[in-house]
Design a protein around this ligand. Structure first.
Ligand SMILES: NC(=O)C1=CN([C@@H]2O[C@H](COP(=O)(O)OP(=O)(O)OC[C@H]3O[C@@H](n4cnc5c(N)ncnc54)[C@H](OP(=O)(O)O)[C@@H]3O)[C@@H](O)[C@H]2O)C=CC1
Ligand SMILES: N[C@@H](CC=O)C(=O)O
Length: 353
């Protein structure tokens, strides 16, 4: 006998490229019992319940207000009968800071935003403890939903210690490395990647290695290893003189970027003919991310497009690492990862009834 769907009361923060893709999916496929109770961007708030026909365009009419306190709509989510869920599809530190509070108050959180999971060590214990109170869906934060975080969590629960993680963790840098290998200019490749929704809102977060560093911290934490951003060696592809410019000025500085990236390519460690931006973590805590020249036989040299590959070495997976490969960025795969976490919350609540 099929049981009724759980009713979810959803608030979505960050209806940008990823957020809109998810809203379209929700509008088309969410069970009737799911309600959209709030949508907020950096300045606007639309309170619900919102008519389903308007989910994909929540700010299309004037039915929104300036965004003030989030506490009000969070309180309302908690007062409703449905299961309260916050979806964070922003890249905002302010929204990330609210994850631990929401989880501690009984609001489940589903996020594409990596900032909370990659927080400083001093904040980590609080977030970890809060995520035992409510469900924390983080599948979208690494590999755009490739099943790597689930695998690491299961290895940890099974008592199988992780010794090493190595991989290509950025879809945009994977595609950039491929473009550079065949002689394309960095600025030209970057423009296409931005248009296709593969970069961070500010692509310097990708080029500077910070996005990859955050993902490595998230992988390490999910594997039960102690790593924080300040312990990582990060090789940046962003020239210093472009680091503090406004986004528009940075995007107009293609020639400077191209010269700098060409120097980074010349200086990249290794002797092979394949370029890749590689993340490495050893069990003793040594961790680095940077551009490398890889030999033909290297498994990471075989990637194309926005391909990611994550290799996990454990005692059982010693001779050959556990390897997970697939597209590591993209609006639809990321929205699908968020959707899968929502379905997981809905099903797990249904099972507990
Ligand atoms: N693209 C991809 O392949 C993947 C992306 N992600 C993650 O998805 C997230 C979203 O990326 P993307 O959709 O490209 O980003 P966008 O810039 O397109 O959208 C970001 C959204 O967040 C909103 N926002 C910004 N600051 C705040 C704030 N303080 N409070 C509420 N909303 C805010 C923006 O609103 P406003 O317009 O008002 O600023 C906008 O609606 C990022 O964290 C990214 O790392 C994760 C995996 C893969
Ligand atoms: N900008 C990121 C998107 C996913 O996290 C990437 O390039 O991998």
């Amino acid at each position: 006998m099929s049981r009724p769907e759980s009713s979810l009361s959803i608030a979505l923060v960050g209806p940008g490229r990823v957020g809109r893709s998810l809203l379209e999916r929700l509008q088309a496929h969410a069970p009737e019992t799911w309600q959209l109770m709030a949508v907020a961007d950096s300045t606007r708030l639309r309170r619900g319940p919102i008519e389903r026909s308007e989910w994909a365009q929540p700010f299309a009419d004037e039915a929104f207000q300036p965004r003030a306190s989030d506490r009000d709509w969070q309180d309302e989510l908690l007062r409703r009968d449905g299961i309260p869920v916050l979806i964070d599809a922003s890249a905002s530190a302010e929204v990330a800071d609210a994850h631990a509070d929401c989880l501690a108050r009984g609001i489940h959180v589903v996020t594409a935003n990596k900032l909370a999971m990659a927080c400083p060590s001093s904040d980590w214990e609080r977030l970890r403890a809060a995520s035992e109170r409510s469900m924390y869906g983080i599948s979208a934060t690494v590999g755009a939903g490739l099943p790597v975080l689930d695998s690491l969590r299961e290895l940890r629960r099974a008592g199988e210690p992780v010794r090493r993680i190595r991989g290509v963790l950025s879809g945009s840098l994977s595609a950039l490395s491929e473009g550079l290998s065949v002689g394309r200019r960095a600025s030209e490749v970057l423009e296409t990647l931005r248009r296709d929704g593969l970069t961070e809102p500010d692509p310097r977060t990708d080029l500077g290695g910070l996005d990859v560093a955050r993902k490595l911290v998230i992988l390490a934490r999910e594997a039960g290893l102690d790593l924080s951003l300040d312990a990582l060696v990060v090789d940046s592809l962003v020239p210093e003189e472009l680091a503090a410019l406004s986004l528009d000025s940075f995007l107009r500085s293609g020639a400077v970027l191209d010269r700098h990236v060409a120097q980074c390519v010349d200086r990249a460690p290794g002797s092979g003919r394949h370029l890749a931006y590689v993340a490495e973590l050893e069990v003793d805590g040594r961790a680095c991310v940077g551009l490398r020249r890889l030999d033909d036989g290297d498994s990471l040299a075989q990637l194309s497009g926005q391909g990611n590959r994550i290799e996990v070495t454990t005692e059982c997976y010693a001779a050959a690492p556990l390897s997970i490969e697939g597209p590591g960025a993209g609006l639809e795969v990321t929205a699908l990862a968020l959707w899968r976490d929502l379905v997981r919350i809905s099903e797990s609540v249904r099972r507990c009834r």
